[in-house]
Design a protein around this ligand. Sequence first.
Ligand code: PLP
Length: 359
Amino acid sequence: MISISKPQIGEEEKQAVLQVLESGQLAQGPKVKEFEERFAAWCGVKYAVATSSGTTALHVALLAHGIGQGDEVITTPFSFIASANCILYAGATPVFADIEPEYYTLDPVDVERRITPRTRAIIPVHLFGQAADMEALSAIAARHNLAIIEDACQSHGARLNGKMVGAWGTACYSFYPTKNMTTIEGGMITTNDEGVAERARLIRNHGSPRRYLHESLGFNFRMTDLQAAIGLAQLPKLDGWNRKRQENAAYLTSGLEDLPGIQPPRVRPGGEHVFHQYTLRAAQRDALLEQLSARGIGVGVYYPIPIHQQPLYRQMGYQEKLPVSEAASAEVLSLPVHPALTRAELDEIIAAVTGAVKS
Ligand SMILES: *Cc1c(COP(=O)(O)O)cnc(C)c1O
């Protein structure tokens, strides 16, 4: 069995966790502060605020931008549910725009069409490890005076035209075990806006600038020092893992690109894809999925139901058709691409896909 993801936990992580356990400082403390500083430096941004998850990072980021009731926020329906639910948590209204068929990220033309006087922000999702069309989206945001909150939960280190994700707005990261690096559960908000960073720090910790003084309504969305210590051990290894993912993706593509009915993932011109997922497109997706599973290849469908068609959103009255997202949901299939894969396993994956297509 070749699994679709494999968290890389080594001696450094184990030692780091033991050290924190022995230090007596377990919850948010000096390790969280150090992880925030290192992560901000790695991203090339001024501020980073650690949270309990990628979901809470998105929730806090929207609140820190002052988004709430009566506001509309445009995002993609072709993502993990949290990309849209964070808008509901803030009391605002999600508005879905369709995606580009080649890259599965927000289609700037459709985004601009959906702007109303109530629109306050755009949440582009850098899906599968690839940046959305940020040059076009940030031009639209500037024209209409909208905030950009980048959902970078799958794209630690992805670049477009030499700029790392997070360069166009406030960005949110997840460190869930399947992501390109992990703190087990955990998240991060990065920003160059001092006000956003300050408000985010307050909101994640009960609106409390100092102990038992509460200035505003906040939450307990803190990261622990235990998680931050794991993150500090992971971060120096992230660039190497991303390179390995890119090499694995290139190898898979070279083995699959000539197969009939298979469209390997495309990289946006000027983009550096970090392959959180290696997602191909297949007209006969469900048959392929079944055959690969039977051959012991861990495959995944991200995402089988676009968010606007989820029961939760249907119940709220979402009825629009977003044909590009709906077609993608029916045709995408992700293969293992994680950094621990061996050459033999990559060959086994290629052979299994080839066998399934030719059978
Ligand atoms: C993982 C993920 C999230 C949520 O992160 P959690 O840490 O699981 O809360 C949000 N958006 C996208 C695109 C994700 O992949």
